[in-house]
Design a protein around this ligand. Structure first.
Ligand SMILES: NC(=O)c1ccc[n+]([C@@H]2O[C@H](COP(=O)([O-])OP(=O)(O)OC[C@H]3O[C@@H](n4cnc5c(N)ncnc54)[C@H](OP(=O)(O)O)[C@@H]3O)[C@@H](O)[C@H]2O)c1
Length: 260
């Protein structure tokens, strides 16, 4: 077992970042029972307002460092000792290196990657410094993607940010283990959300956000490091990523052709 299994969130204080739609929304809804021990964050204040209680929601743009400073100040004022984080926020645009937009690539990298360092540092430093405060192993759950397994055509900017998240989770897992801080990496295949609505191509084995959140909670119950689903799809991609490049490029070119 990699992590301390989470059978119940009853004694936990949970932060869900990216809770206004899709996978993060489903996770946050399932944890609403925690009342004031749940914090939900995203940019769209109106959606948070319509779906979550006032004490729970904190609208914030994770790419705005000043706003993130205020965000942590608010959490400090609430006297909340967050011990579990679901990091679900990300943006995506289908894009190749041929029809490349520098502006878009910069935005994707900023939200999906650069913006994760400050909150990750801030929260894990508290976990390290105030270890005795926490009854449970603090646990950080990264929602990454199978797009991080191997360079896929059409996933430029987004794919690299997810490879980087996988890398962060792998190294952080080992570094934090001696301090009883748990790290999980979630790699979903296609999930039917606002994000995938942008795809014009066929998405095999696509699942609902409800199914995705159930898989995540089940994986946490089993103490897994990597939670990946649906297996029919993720195991194929994992196998492909082990192939020699000659084969990987052939398969990718075929897929690209099919989707053009
Ligand atoms: N859908 C899939 O097929 C799929 C597959 C693999 C991995 N994933 C990953 O799963 C996670 C959730 O994605 P999803 O599919 O559920 O998409 P989604 O419905 O678009 O959710 C993305 C969430 O991120 C938030 N967000 C984006 N930019 C933000 C910012 N600057 N500041 C704060 N919050 C921000 C969005 O809220 P606001 O717009 O209100 O800020 C939204 O709540 C992402 O990490 C995604 O990469 C998705």
């Amino acid at each position: 077992m990699f992590n301390k299994p989470i059978h119940s969130f009853d004694n936990r204080t949970v932060l869900v970042v990216g809770a206004s739609s899709g996978i993060g929304f489903e996770i946050a809804k399932a944890l609403e029972i925690l009342g004031e021990n749940l914090i939900v964050a995203a940019r769209r204040a109106d959606i948070l307002e319509a779906n979550f209680s006032q004490n729970t929601r904190i609208p914030v743009d994770i790419a705005d460092e000043e706003a993130m400073g205020k965000f942590f100040e608010l959490i400090r004022k609430k006297n909340l000792d967050i011990d579990t984080v679901f990091w679900c926020a990300a943006v995506y645009s289908p894009m190749t290196y041929i029809d490349f937009s520098y502006k878009e690539a910069k935005k994707i990298t900023c939200v999906n990657l650069t913006s994760v360092y400050y909150p990750f540092f801030k929260i894990t430093q508290t976990w390290l410094k105030e270890r005795d405060k926490f009854l449970n192993n603090p646990h950080w759950i990264w929602i990454s993607s199978v797009a991080g397994y191997v360079g896929l055509p059409g996933s430029c900017a987004y794919g690299p940010t997810k490879s980087a998240l996988n890398n962060i989770a792998e190294s952080a897992f080992v570094e934090f283990k001696p301090f009883n801080i748990d790290i999980s990496l979630v790699c979903p295949g296609f999930v039917d959300t606002r994000l995938t609505k942008k795809n014009k191509f066929y998405m095999p084995f696509i699942i609902t956000p409800e199914q995705a959140s159930k898989e995540i909670f089940y994986g946490l119950k089993r103490g897994l490091f990597e939670i990946h689903f649906p297996k029919k799809f993720t195991l194929i991609l994992k196998t492909i990523s082990l192939f020699p490049y000659k084969l990987i490029f052939l398969i990718n070119a075929k897929l690209r052709g099919k989707n053009n």
